[in-house]
Design a protein around this ligand. Structure first.
Ligand code: NAD
Length: 485
């Protein structure tokens, strides 16, 4: 085992749990045992919540300009440890080192945004009648929780922790049991940056701990990022306990390709979008709708896909269960009459035979009712459907229950605007395969890709992590009294 057993992080210390239930942490690159992660109990959560509750009064009374100083230092530490964080991320998740570096760089950008929060939470004040002033303030919620998935071990935790903490909350984070190592390193860096003990805590585990978070009476808000199935469970359970909840779910992102699209640029974008991070991104495109004759572009997409080599510029998928599920989708589509243009099944990488690799896969002549067309695959696979008109393409996109992202590839500005107006997704790209809005813009889908109000990052996150206090004051008793005073 390469690393020692993973520990919870409570009140600024790495601590053991009483739990006897443990899971192996396996690298998907070569099947090597990296560590063992404990499945914490509600008793462990109680300790974390107690530490966070104790830290809260002093932390939220610290002026925000002082609180964000921690994140200036944290940002510099992320930059200083970028290579080390990226290597750890690649080891546990499998993504290529270049993808991990980009993920940590994105974490840096997220902490930069947190440093700008004092400029964004100034509140408002107005004299609403003679001598009477109304004023608003953003007030921290208290102890909050963040439950995160396996596909971005560093970036997704940084979607929530810098903003929630800079805004005055104390946090319990529940990492994915598949990739529990990176968050421990983030905790160390936060401590080095000067974050007081108890403000950030980590509790490892699975279903049991997630349920305990949703039920805990002293947790005020829960953010969740993961599959739609679990997002629904968490949203329902947390809100039925009267907590604020924002739960981001899975995705099926459509790319609409028109015949006038620039062929090389489109092909490169489509191939990168479907295969980046081995297709394990909630912003990955896994369905393409070609409008009219786009055969010349599909040929180029296949050429681009063939340049993506497992073990070189393509990492493995997270585990064997995932590999088998993805390959089953491809086989099923083939049996239903789709044509496999590039086939990534049965891929192995020399010297890494225990790695769980799936090669890039391009499937053409997919019908909109096939499961490869409708379901999230979460692997480097694109399913191509054909229509005659943009409206038919939009009807396919609109009919899908998810709504994270959609993109259009065209040189026609009017058509691009038409797709922006009519696609039923929260994040739209024009000639961009992965239309992630960068800070200060916020990240969040629609429909079955997100439950709750607002978005998880950017300016929108301020509303989620704070409550608004409205005060009305009067200091001139000599002014007349009427209903407005
Ligand atoms: P997942 O839903 O299996 O797990 C997410 C978290 O929930 C983990 O911490 C896990 O321990 C916990 N969990 C799993 N099953 C649970 C259950 N039955 N009850 C309570 N908790 C449970 O997701 P994953 O496989 O880790 O991540 C991949 C999914 O996340 C994909 O669907 C992807 O689209 C989605 N995702 C969405 C976004 C977004 O912004 N919308 C971003 C990243 C990932």
């Amino acid at each position: 085992m390469k690393y020692s057993e993973v520990k919870n992080y409570i009140n600024g210390q790495f601590v053991d749990t009483d739990s006897t239930r443990k899971l192996d942490v396996i690298s998907p690159i070569d099947g090597k045992l990296l560590s063992v992660v404990p499945m914490s109990s509600s008793k462990d959560l109680d300790s974390a919540v107690m530490a966070a509750s104790k830290a809260f009064p002093s932390w939220h009374k610290t002026p925000i300009k002082e609180r964000v100083q921690v994140f200036y230092r944290y940002k510099s530490l992320l930059e200083k440890h970028l290579q080390e964080l990226a290597e750890l991320c690649s080891e546990e998740n499998g993504k290529t080192i270049g993808e991990s570096i980009a993920e940590v760089e994105k974490s840096v950008e997220l902490s930069e945004f947190a440093c700008s929060l004092p400029q964004l939470v100034t509140g408002e004040v107005l004299e609403v009648s003679r001598g009477v002033e109304c004023r608003t303030e953003h007030v921290a919620l208290g102890v909050v929780a963040s439950i995160v998935p396996f596909n971005f071990p560093s970036m997704v935790p940084n979607w929530t922790l810098p903003n929630a903490i800079a805004l005055g909350n104390c946090m319990i984070m529940k990492p994915s049991e598949k990739v529990p190592l990176s968050v421990g390193k983030l905790a160390e860096l936060l401590k080095e940056a000067g974050l007081p003990d108890g403000v950030f805590n980590v509790v490892h585990g699975d279903v049991e701990i997630v349920e305990a978070i949703c039920d805990h009476p002293d947790i005020q808000a829960v953010s969740f990022v993961g599959s739609t199935k679990v997002a629904k469970i968490v949203y329902k359970r947390a809100t039925s306990n009267y907590k604020r909840c924002l739960a981001l779910g899975g995705a099926k992102n459509h790319l609409i390709v028109l015949p006038d699209a620039k062929p090389d640029m489109t092909a490169q974008n489509v191939a990168a979008s479907m295969s980046g991070c081995a297709g394990q991104r909630c912003m990955a495109s896994s369905a393409m709708v070609g409008v009219g004759n786009v055969d010349h572009i599909i040929d180029k997409i296949c050429d681009e896909a063939r340049k993506i080599i497992p073990g070189k510029n393509l990492g493995p998928v997270i585990n064997k269960v995932s590999k088998d599920r993805i390959e089953k989708y491809i086989t099923e589509a083939e049996a239903q009459g789709a044509k496999i243009l590039v086939d990534g099944r049965n891929t192995t990488v020399e010297g890494k035979e225990k790695g769980t690799y799936v090669g890039p896969t391009v499937i053409d002549y997919v019908r909109p009712d096939m499961s490869v067309a409708t379901e999230e695959i979460f692997g480097p696979v694109i399913s191509i459907m054909r229509t005659n008109t943009v409206d038919e393409a939009l009807a396919i996109e609109n009919a899908n229950p998810y709504g994270n992202a959609a993109s259009v590839f065209t040189q026609n500005g009017g058509m691009a605007r038409y797709v922006i107006d009519h696609a039923s997704a929260g994040m739209i790209g024009v000639n961009i395969g992965v239309p992630v809005p960068r800070e200060p813009f916020s990240f969040g889908g629609w429909n079955d890709s997100k439950f709750g109000v607002g978005d998880i990052t950017g300016k929108s996150s301020i509303e989620f992590w704070t409550k608004l206090k409205k005060s009305t004051t009067k200091w001139n008793p000599e002014a007349g009294v009427n209903w407005m005073s």
